[in-house]
Every structure is written in C-alpha cells, then in structure tokens.
Design a protein around this ligand. Sequence first.
Ligand code: ADP
Ligand code: MN
Ligand code: MN
Ligand code: MN
Ligand code: MN
Length: 335
Amino acid sequence: MSYKAEYIWIDGTEPTALLRSKTKIVADGEQPPVWGFDGSSTNQAEGHSSDRVLRPVFVCPDPIRGGDNRLVLCEVEEIDGNPHPSNTRALAREVAERYAEQESWFGIEQEYTFFKGSRPLGFPEGGFPAPQGPYYCGVGADVIFGREIVELHMDRCLAAGLKLSGINAEVMPGQWEFQIGPATTLEVADHLWVARWLLYRTAEEFGVEATLDAKPARGDWNGAGAHTNFSTKAMRENYDAIIVACESLGENDKPLEHVTQYGAGIESRLTGHHETAPWNKYSYGVSNRGASVRIPWQVEVDRKGYIEDRRPNANVDPYVVTRLLVDTCCAALEK
Ligand code: ADP
Ligand code: MN
Ligand code: MN
Ligand code: MN
Ligand code: MN
C-alpha cells in the first residue's frame, strides 16, 4: 500500500514568490524522501542545468485527500546540498538557532482578499459597494462574501494540525484574516506557508482566487497586512524588555532595513492612512493602531506580554519577517 505526498515549495518569482506543489506516491511506512524538480520553470534555474532539490522540512496530514495522505513542505537546495538563493528558510533557521535560548514566539495575522475574475468578491459588477464600515466582523449576505470558503479553510488547517488561532472578516468586502500562533520562529512560518497553500487550494474549488496583494483595491479601502506579534521569554516576564524591543526596532537604519523586506508594494499600503503609520517614519505606542509597532493595552496593564509589528504586508515572506525581528530585538535584549 502507499500514500500520496503533496510536496509544497516556495519558488523564485520576484518580487513575491509563488507556492508550487506536486504529488509523489510513497510506500506505506516510509518517510517522504528527498525529491527534485525542474527549476527552470519556477525562476530557480537557467535551462542548461536546472535540477533542484526538495528537502522535506515539515510534514502534516493532508486534510483534503484525507486518509494517510500528507502535505510535505520543503526547502529548496542546489544539487550540491547548499540552500538555493530563494531559500529564505535557511537564513531564518540560522538566526533562530543563534538566539534559541531567548525562546521567541510569534503570532501572525494573515489578511487576504478573495477575487472573482478581476474584482474583489462582493464588489458589484461595474460599480462599487457601500463604503467601509459594516464589513469588519460582519454578518449577513449584504456584507459577507466567501464565508463558506473561509470555514472550509479553517477546518482544513485544524485537521492538518496547524496552529491556527482564529479568523475574522476584514474591513473591505471579500477581505478576511486568519491568525497562526503563538508558535516558535520556524513553526509559525512553516504553518503559515502551508495555511496559504490550503487557502489557495480551497478557494480554487470555488472558482475564486485568494490574493495577498497589499493594496487589492484602489481608493478608500484598507490594504492587506500581516501584523506580526512577537515576544521573547524576557518580554513575557517584564515590561523593560518590551520597551527594549520597541526601541531596538527604531535604531539607526533598522526601520528601513525592516520595511524594505516587509513585502512588495509597502509604500502603497503604509501611507499613514487606513490604520497605518507612514513607511518612512518609525513609531511605537500603547494601544496605537496608527503606530508602526503597537504595545497592546493589556500588555501595558500586565507589565509584560508581546508587541505587534503592524508594518508587514500581507505578501511578506514569514521566514523574512520572523528572522528580522529575532535578529534585531534579540540582539538588543542580549545586551
Ligand atoms: P489584533 O487584536 O491585532 O487583531 P489578533 O487576535 O488577530 O490581534 O492576533 C494576535 C496574535 O498574537 C494571535 O495569533 C495570538 O496567538 C498571538 N499572540 C498572543 N500572545 C502572544 C505572545 N506572547 N507572543 C507572540 N504572539 C502572541
Ligand atoms: Mn516531466
Ligand atoms: Mn487581527
Ligand atoms: Mn486585521
Ligand atoms: Mn493586529
């Protein structure tokens, strides 16, 4: 007997990588082996020597095929065993190991937008819906679009064992959010990539596209972000560490270093309007949804907890944002 292993990897498309996957039949009792693919078709190789390697790094039950079938998230390597340049997980792995004793946790809020054809789901043919207001966490067919997809996606994430912690409807019609976390550095990012794959795959069954575009509709509509909630053991125990982390993110060239790697089209979303801080001006504050980094109200009350980096775009690479936050904040906290 055998099972189906769906090998999932992140390609080399710029500025925003795409997910790819293909199926391997594996004998029962065997782990999914190292496999390969044609990198010339995924922006990961030139034509003449295009073999690239898929190394399984996170395996979970396949909630779509069911049974013993599995999803297999992979890192991409060159045939000599080195990480491929598109392999951002390899860098995150190094940084996570360097600061392992600080015990970083993350919760990432993944916002996204359903599209039917060229329009957000729920936008009327040839016109615009009523302005923002009733859609966020709304109920009813006049304000909610795509809930059957969202519910199925949530069930599948849970059946796969992903650390999904909630969902909500967002401020624009057809716009939604799910959260992954709290989880450790590689875990939150691995689970988020698999949850994204399940989202695209689930929406596909409804003839709907799910996009992580940071500004999916022009005009007076919120963009789509990936607020990244972060803590270390010290931050979960005392408020001084919370302030050290917030200050470290504002030092020298840190704001620009982060923001330029927080996803394609960051200036189109971080305008200073629509609950964002301007991309070129770092700020932090308690309970302030117009700051770059928010200290939740409860965290100030408890004098411990976590911070929320509100800058990352929906299309951010979670291996990149988690690596940057650990690198910047843990280095400062170590002092
Ligand atoms: P918001 O109020 O900004 O919409 P959400 O409830 O959508 O916040 O998301 C908050 C996320 O932060 C959740 O994924 C949650 O698991 C995560 N979280 C909670 N506590 C911590 C912590 N100590 N460290 C990191 N992440 C945390
Ligand atoms: Mn072939
Ligand atoms: Mn949220
Ligand atoms: Mn949100
Ligand atoms: Mn948030």
